[in-house]
Write a protein that binds this ligand. Structure first.
Ligand code: ATP
Ligand code: GLN
Length: 146
């Protein structure tokens, strides 16, 4: 049963039509990231102000000690973007391009399969709900038919 074995393996990636790209980034890079995403037709984005610690540790960019306490959480912004599977790599590449400084604390991206998307206004589900007017799919089909 190769499928069952794959599901049991630790690096199994569930296949889905949609994925959530969750990016934890430097707050002062968010504007740059979101306008680049908008330019490529990514119109549905949720942002949350968060605080965290990673390798960056304390509040300053270069802190000798690696100690941390609650008052050394660094302010970050989490962007959540649900996109169709074929748009995932493009979105990730764009986020890295726009958010990267090369210094510790640039952030991290997590990828999660999404079971369904439901548009509250219409009750649409799946692809109909995930597609947005003038969104990435619209832009690329307009390009290929013109
Ligand atoms: P409608 O056509 O009814 O306006 P919509 O699909 O444009 O629906 P909104 O109701 O405008 O969606 O979305 C509400 C909020 O949901 C947005 O402000 C955003 O925070 C979040 N959101 C919508 N789509 C996505 C998405 N694909 N990924 C992440 N967040 C999203
Ligand atoms: N995949 C959607 C579309 O092509 C856009 C999704 C999004 O903007 N997050 O219309």
């Amino acid at each position: 049963f190769p499928i069952i074995r794959a599901q049991n393996s630790p690096d199994f990636v569930p296949d889905a039509k949609f994925y959530k790209v969750e990016a934890i980034l430097r707050p002062w890079r968010i504007q740059q990231v979101s306008s680049a995403l908008l330019k490529m037709g990514i119109r549905g984005v949720t942002v949350l102000d968060v605080r965290g610690f990673g390798a960056q540790g304390g509040l300053t960019e270069r802190q000798a000690g690696s100690e941390f306490s609650e008052d050394t959480f660094v302010a970050k912004v989490k962007m959540e973007i649900v996109v169709s599977k074929d748009q995932v790599e493009g979105v990730i590449t764009k986020i890295i391009e726009e958010a990267r400084t090369g210094e510790i604390g640039d952030g991290k991206i997590f990828l999660t399969p999404i079971s369904d998307v439901i548009r509250v206004r219409t009750g649409e589900r799946g692809e109909k709900a995930e597609r947005m007017m003038g969104g990435h799919a619209d832009l690329s089909s307009a390009l290929s038919t013109s």
